[in-house]
Structure formats: C-alpha cells, structure tokens
Write a protein that binds this ligand. Structure first.
Ligand SMILES: *Cc1c(COP(=O)(O)O)cnc(C)c1O
Length: 446
C-alpha cells in the first residue's frame, strides 16, 4: 500500500507553464484608472520588476525557464510529497481514491514561497533593495520575509491590524526573517493616516494594507510584491501541478479540487492538468471552492473593478463582489478578498472549470476529520477544498464509483489554533454573504 509518492531532487521541474499560450482568447487587459486605456508594461515598472511584468502580460511562450537561483531555494523543500489519504478514505467508507499534494512543508507553511522566492530573485537581480507588501493572516508576509532573507533584500510588511493583534506569532516569524512589520492602518503612509483619521480604532483591511504597501513602494530602490491574483503569480505556482502530474502518472485523476481566494493554488495545481486534458491524455473535472462569506465566482459579477478598497489601482476584469464589499469575519483570512484572478475569471467564463461555495462550519468539520485521520492540521483555507473532497467522496460511496480525487493541501494550520478552538467549543460563526450586501456593493463598480 503506497501512501506517499516522493520525487527526488532530479525531478524538480525546470519550467513553469504559461496557460495563456494555450487559450483561444486572451483575458481582457487591465485598464488605467484615469483614462481607462489598457495598461502598458512600462506603467507597471514602478511597482514590479520587468521580468515579472513580461511573464504576466507580455509573454505568450508556453514554458518559462525557472532560474537556477530560484530552483536552488526551492530545493530546501521541493519537490513536495503527494500523499494518498487512505485513512480519510476508510473513515468515509468510500471507494474513491483521494490524493493530496502537500504544500505545508515549505519553510513558512504554505504554497506562497513558490512565488515569493521568484519575485525576490527578479527584484534582487534588477538591483532593487527593498520590497513592500501587505498581509492578511500572515501567510504571504512570512513567505516574502523568508524570500527576501534569501536574496539580501529589506522587507516591509503592512499587516492588517486585526491579525497583527490576534496573531503575534506570525508577526514574530516575519521579524525573525528580518522584515519590519507595521500594523495597518499606520501613520507612516497617507492612506493609513487617512483611514486612522476616519476611525482611530480601525481594525484595518487587506484593501487598506494594499494601499499602504503600494504607496510605500514609491521610495527609491523599492518595489511592491503581491502574493496572489496576478498572472505571473499563477505561473510560478504551476510548479505544484507539474510535480503532481508526474506523481499521478500511475493513477490519473477524475476530479481536481482546489480552494480559491485569489486563485493561485488552484491554478497552480490545475493548469498543467488542463494542458494534458486539452492534449487528450485524460479528461478530469475541475472544481474551485470558495467561502460562502465571500463568493466572488459563484455570486459576484464578471466586470471591471478596482483591485484595492480605496480605488487607486488599475481596473481588472474579474469576478468581483465590489471593491468596497466587506466579507464576514471568517478565519480563512486568505480568502477574504472581493475579487478573483482575472485569468481564472476569464477561464471560468470559457467553461474550463466549475465552482462551488462552502460555509465555514462545514469546512472546519472537514478539517477536523482530516486532522483526526491523516494527522495534519490544515489551514482554514484548504479546509474549503477538503469539504468539497469529503462531499464528492461520500457521493462515490453512494454510487460505488471508484473515482480518483486530487487536491492541494496548500498550508498547515499551526498558527490557526484559536479558530479550531472556537469550532471545537461550538462558537464558530457561519457567515454567509447577504444578497442585499452584494447588490449594494455592486452598485459601486466603476
Ligand atoms: C493565501 C492563501 C490562500 C489563498 O490564495 P490563493 O491565491 O487562492 O491560493 C489559500 N490558502 C493558503 C494556505 C494561503 O496562504
């Protein structure tokens, strides 16, 4: 009985996969917030390194070579294991075979370093000395802090005030890697000062923290880094799917399930399998799972909207709940974002995958079952994928179908014990986005 499928270092992928090369139509371009003309690559140069911009909006090469310096850092934890969840299968009495790609073994505990390392490298190579970013629950901030330490960059992280107070261990982890962590809203930027003037006790939001980090990136030799949503981020994450493709060669999947916040872990797992589907090698279904409290794909509108709450950024055509939509206080902080990757949004419209929304308690039930069977405590975000996996495996138990289900366990939940504690004591809320709140936020689309 094989439980773990490991690849040795010689199988570390040498290339990321650019799915845009194989799409019949390209996603609509981002637009300038002022005159609404398509954004030109040089407009983004103050924010991102040139290589990152090229990968995201210019290049239509099918494959992008991963720089050796980046692969060298990846080797600290990659290739990651693919694990067959025999014990979960048994508990569900299902004939389905369930596999998960475990990204929680990265140094910071999630898939985020896959892109953080690449972004830090391209910035360092271009002579940039300092990166700024925001973080909600701390996963992205930790990943970027780690990556900056690898390439000798300074790092400033604006951490949403509510998490800054609630998750001091994540804050310490970033500082341990050498980053400076600022509670957002802060007095150090005009966006932060404005938010504080409106509400001195503001708990902050990802949208405000983005505005602060973007503003701070205007300093000399400084750029901004983003951990999800953008095309180049999705590209870097395809290393997950490339490895999984090789690991699943003996038992090809019928169903691929992933959680979507900004969409990078789902895209990273799914895109290489989509390529093989298009080439006729096999024919799996793809299912993206989002929170019922923030259902941009299943209940949002496909329209141009701002990327941040304040409305400073370019307009992206994406599935959105409206840039001033404030999701309920779910513990999966990585999923509390009003929009969705423009590339995934476009591909959803083209019908390349399905989407569903799950409530918080159902997700935590799946996380507890997973911990008690497989032993790993999942982060609140991948609990969404696990809830859908459990539902599909139960369906297989009823119909007797021995389907092969693949998911990504994109992070561990070692910093999320308070959320589990609330769930175990029956105090976890189950917020669902009220239709009138979505409708009202959508009336503010630009
Ligand atoms: C950031 C994060 C997410 C959400 O972002 P995606 O781009 O959709 O992957 C999901 N899970 C974990 C563990 C995260 O850190």
């Amino acid at each position: 009985m094989t439980t773990k499928i490991l690849l040795d270092e010689s199988h570390l992928p040498a290339r990321w996969y650019n799915v845009r090369a194989d799409l019949c139509t390209q996603p609509p371009p981002p637009l300038h917030p002022g005159d609404r003309s398509p954004i030109r690559p040089q407009d983004m140069a103050p924010l991102f390194p040139m290589e990152f911009i090229t990968q995201g909006i210019i290049s239509t090469d099918r494959f992008v070579v991963i720089p050796e310096e980046v692969r060298d850092v990846y080797r600290l934890w990659r290739p990651t294991p693919l694990i067959r969840a025999h014990r979960l299968e048994r508990a569900l009495r299902t004939p389905a075979r369930i596999y998960f790609k475990y990204e929680g073994i990265s140094p910071t505990g999630s898939h985020k370093p896959n892109t953080a390392v690449a972004q830090a490298y391209y910035n360092a190579r271009q002579g940039v000395r300092r990166l700024t970013t925001e973080t909600g629950n701390g996963q992205w901030g930790s990943a970027l802090a780690f990556a900056c330490a690898q390439f000798g960059l300074e790092c400033d992280v604006w951490m949403v005030k509510a998490s800054y107070d609630q998750k001091p261990a994540r804050r310490s982890m970033m500082e341990l890697y050498g980053a400076r962590v600022h509670a957002s809203p802060s007095e150090e930027t005009s966006a932060g000062a404005k938010a504080l003037a409106e509400d001195p006790y503001s708990p902050g939001s990802v949208g405000i923290a983005i505005s602060e980090a973007v503003e701070a990136s205007a300093a000399p030799d400084t750029r901004y880094a983003l951990g999800s949503v953008l095309n180049a981020v999705l590209l870097h994450q395809t290393i997950i799917g490339e490895e999984a493709l090789e690991q699943m060669a003996g038992d090809p999947p019928d169903l691929i399930v992933g959680v979507v916040g900004g969409g990078s872990t789902f895209a990273g797992l799914a895109f290489p399998f989509l390529r093989e589907k298009w080439s006729g090698r096999f024919d799996p279904r793809f299912l993206a799972v989002e929170p019922a409290a923030c259902p941009s794909l299943t209940r949002g509108r496909y329209a141009y909207d701002y990327f941040d709450a304040a409305g400073f950024t370019p307009l992206f055509k994406m599935h959105t709940l409206g840039h001033d939509f404030v999701p309920g206080p779910i513990h999966a902080g990585g999923l509390r974002y009003h929009g969705m990757s423009p590339l995934l949004s476009h591909m959803y419209e083209l019908g390349h995958f399905e989407a569903t929304a799950k409530s918080q308690r159902e997700c935590f039930d799946a996380g507890v079952l997973f911990a008690r069977t497989e032993g790993i405590v999942p982060a609140p975000e991948p609990n969404h994928a696990l809830a859908a996996v459990v539902e599909e495996a139960r369906r297989c138990a009823e119909t007797g179908e021995a389907e092969v289900i693949l998911t990504a366990l994109c992070g561990h939940g070692h910093f999320d014990m308070r959320a589990y504690e609330r769930h175990l004591s029956g105090r976890l809320e189950d917020p669902e986005a009220p239709p009138e709140q979505i409708e009202s936020a959508l009336t503010h689309l630009p």
